[in-house]
Design a protein. Structure first.
Length: 236
């Protein structure tokens, strides 16, 4: 991960320098939804058979399929990859673009209560918008801890996808933000994928024009990494 972290930091630094030199501000994250609005974004799963695993992808724009055609986001492509590997599963897209960890916490219970049954696994991917907005890492940690605690209390296994702080936030921010994900994964016994954009950041052919979000090929790269972890977390 050392090389990937450097690659990510270098690219983000270029992005911020470019926007500064052009006199334009970097575009803010999309506005977050409230709890009920966010919950209605979750795709309703089709009728589940007894042998079909139910996975909920609960996160922000990286989960929601931001600016991608239907069927090209993380949830449907992960479902396709798992089914191709012989794992009968439905992956529900419960991603909302712009969600912070606080917004995710606010809609968590509503989202899970709307599922047809208890999920066999939940993927949690929040915190990136907290970092982009410069929110306190302590608050991000508190919110994610509360999310994982609630999920754990429901008896749902967790796969946590991590994020890294942009270098323009400074070393102190990074020192407080980056350890959140591995430490909370250890605390809650969650499977950890340390950096959701590993292998995507720094590769323009895998990204949308904003230089952050993955294009369909970028999602395929993420799914290549996530599918084996998801399979193991499901006990498959």
């Amino acid at each position: 991960m050392t090389g990937r972290k450097w690659q990510y930091g270098a690219l983000m630094l270029i992005v911020h320098l470019a926007t500064a030199c052009s006199g334009q501000k970097a575009p803010p994250p999309p506005p977050a939804a409230n709890a009920q609005e966010g919950a209605t974004h979750a795709a309703q799963p089709a009728a589940l058979t007894a042998d079909t695993k139910l996975v909920v992808a609960f996160g922000d724009s990286l989960y929601a399929g931001y600016n991608l055609d239907q069927g090209k986001g993380l949830a449907p492509m992960l479902e396709h990859a798992l089914n191709k590997d012989g794992i009968k599963v439905q992956v529900v897209n419960a991603g909302v673009s712009g969600d912070t960890s606080a917004a995710g916490l606010a809609r968590l219970a509503f989202t899970l209560d709307g599922m047809p049954r208890k999920p066999d696994l939940i993927l949690v991917g929040l915190g990136g918008n907290d970092m982009l907005r410069g929110l306190s890492p302590a608050e991000t940690r508190k919110n994610l801890d509360a999310i994982l605690t609630q999920v754990q209390q429901r008896g749902i296994p967790i796969l946590l996808t991590g994020m890294l702080a942009s270098p323009n936030m400074g070393p102190d921010y990074a020192a407080a933000f980056n350890p959140i994900f591995p430490e909370l994964a250890k605390k809650h016994g969650a499977t950890l994928y340390p950096f959701i954009l590993d292998g995507v950041i720094g590769h323009r052919d895998l990204q949308l024009e904003d230089g952050i979000h993955p294009n369909p090929k970028g999602v395929e790269m993420i799914v290549t990494h996530l599918a084996p972890l998801t399979s193991r977390a499901l006990g498959s």
